[in-house]
Design a binder for this molecule. Sequence first.
Ligand SMILES: Cc1cc2nc3c(=O)[nH]c(=O)nc-3n(C[C@H](O)[C@H](O)[C@H](O)COP(=O)(O)OP(=O)(O)OC[C@H]3O[C@@H](n4cnc5c(N)ncnc54)[C@H](O)[C@@H]3O)c2cc1C
Length: 358
Amino acid sequence: MRYQLGIVGGGPAGMMAALIGDRFGIKTILIDDNPALGGQLIKQTHKFFGSKDHYCGYRGFQIGSILREEIAKSKVEVITSATVTGIYPGFILGLHHKERYQEVGCDAVIVATGAKEKFLIFENNDLPGVYGAGAVQTLMNVYGVFPGRRALMIGSGNIGLIVTYQLLQAGVEVPFLVEILPEIGGWFVHAAKIARAGTRILTSHTIISALGEEEVEGAVIAKVDDQFHPVSGSEVTIDVDLICLAVGLSPLSDLLWQVGCRMEFIPELGGYLAWHNERMETTVPGLYVAGDVAGIEEATTAMLEGKVAAISAVSHLLGPSDELSAMQREIIRELDDLRSGDFSQVVSRGLRRLYDRP
Ligand SMILES: Cc1cc2nc3c(=O)[nH]c(=O)nc-3n(C[C@H](O)[C@H](O)[C@H](O)COP(=O)(O)OP(=O)(O)OC[C@H]3O[C@@H](n4cnc5c(N)ncnc54)[C@H](O)[C@@H]3O)c2cc1C
């Protein structure tokens, strides 16, 4: 079977890209490895900020449902529980689906595979009870499973702060959140909420070890100096059965390495990613990126990038037009506006470095 547009990854970026492709009459296939479309949105229970156009006031999982319903009404073909394992010459997507290897041919491809969680090295970090924040969100918010009784959160970026709040809402105690930097990384509003609920946020602190034989029974934390070395004598043992790591994400870029995109290391955007311009075009003609795989940000920018990538793909397939260019310019302007705030300075710096590389 051949499609004009193949989209790998059915999170906010991929779903939005598919809807744009469909709007222009492009025969589109959307492939995701989870049982349902939505990506990270399905586990996000907090309300989004921003404008009405960006689903302000809706919770992440509600945005996922809205987009899923729109896709169900469209002509987009969807394959879930299918992992794309390679992109081969002629844009043949190799996928593992229902215990079988299958191939789908496309004229253009958007890779919107999202991100993976970074891990942290410390003694006993392989004990059961040490989780990534994403896994904790999935257990609690998707499967309704209690991940522990008393948690230590590592990392004060927005994911660490939001997941701490979600743990507290679920009835899990979170006595401490430790952050190695001297300042809290995420938004004040999220930090204030968890502080009011009783979580002590310890900046310039880190985890030294997890304690326990068969599973986590405690943790040792310590202060760090200005070189981020633990300060001897400052160690404190705390009673927890869950250690939750929220120490950053990196783009899930394996397919982009494999297909031969030029890759760049941009720490501000999470690590290695495919070089792309603001139209989300990579160095492989006809192949585009969108969302966290194009640099770690958040769901609203992922949706806008999905639109931009899809418009580039439509121009490639049908030929450029004034309508497409104007529409794309407008969305790029929206992205610039969203990235103009203080909290987007790091991302904006990373994007400038990426765009400046010839
Ligand atoms: C663990 C985690 C927790 C987060 N929590 C929050 C939060 O609380 N609040 C917030 O605002 N933002 C949060 N974010 C950020 C936000 O969710 C993301 O920025 C946004 O979802 C990115 O959208 P995306 O479409 O690029 O990727 P995703 O939403 O990650 O979707 C990518 C999809 O592609 C699928 N996929 C990957 N590889 C393949 C493959 N080879 N074949 C088929 N399918 C594939 C993935 O399984 C996934 O379904 C979180 C991100 C992560 C990773």
